[in-house]
Design a protein around this ligand. Structure first.
Ligand SMILES: [Zn+2]
Length: 137
């Protein structure tokens, strides 16, 4: 394990995704986290069709448009974020079961406590591993 495994995220990205996701409450907020290498520099919100918790039921046109936008910006998709309005910042059973993108980090922002909590994980074949990330100011 070298420094290359370390994830970092710009603080402005956290500000952006937090205010976007806050606006979506009481619904969950979803989005892509994009950047270069292991550094997340951009947040791209994603609309969902299915309001049930941890559904990842994206609007297909918006999903592909966003992927295109990320590629045109010469960025890579590095992670997917969704919120847990009432659950802790830890993958739910369905998050772990249906996560199909082991190459992407799974970010969860929880509004359960007064103090919002943002956590990152790697999920592979139902196995959940917490990821350490650094905030770049
Ligand atoms: Zn979830």
């Amino acid at each position: 394990m070298g420094a290359s495994h370390h994830l970092s995220i710009h603080s402005k990205v956290i500000d952006e995704l937090t205010s976007y996701c806050h606006e979506q409450l009481p619904a969950e907020g979803y989005g892509f986290l994009a950047g270069v290498g292991r550094e997340i520099t951009h947040f791209f919100p994603l609309k969902i069709l299915d309001p049930s918790p941890c559904s990842f039921g994206y609007v297909p046109e918006v999903y592909w448009e966003t992927i295109k936008k990320i590629r045109l910006s010469k960025l890579c998709c590095l992670g997917i974020i969704h919120t847990h309005p009432h659950l802790p910042a830890y993958p739910s059973k369905s998050d772990a079961k249906y996560w199909e993108r082991p190459e992407l980090s799974c970010w969860i922002l929880s509004f359960r406590e007064k103090q919002k909590k943002l956590s990152a994980f790697q999920i592979q074949s139902g196995q959940i591993n917490p990821l350490i990330y650094e905030i770049i100011y």
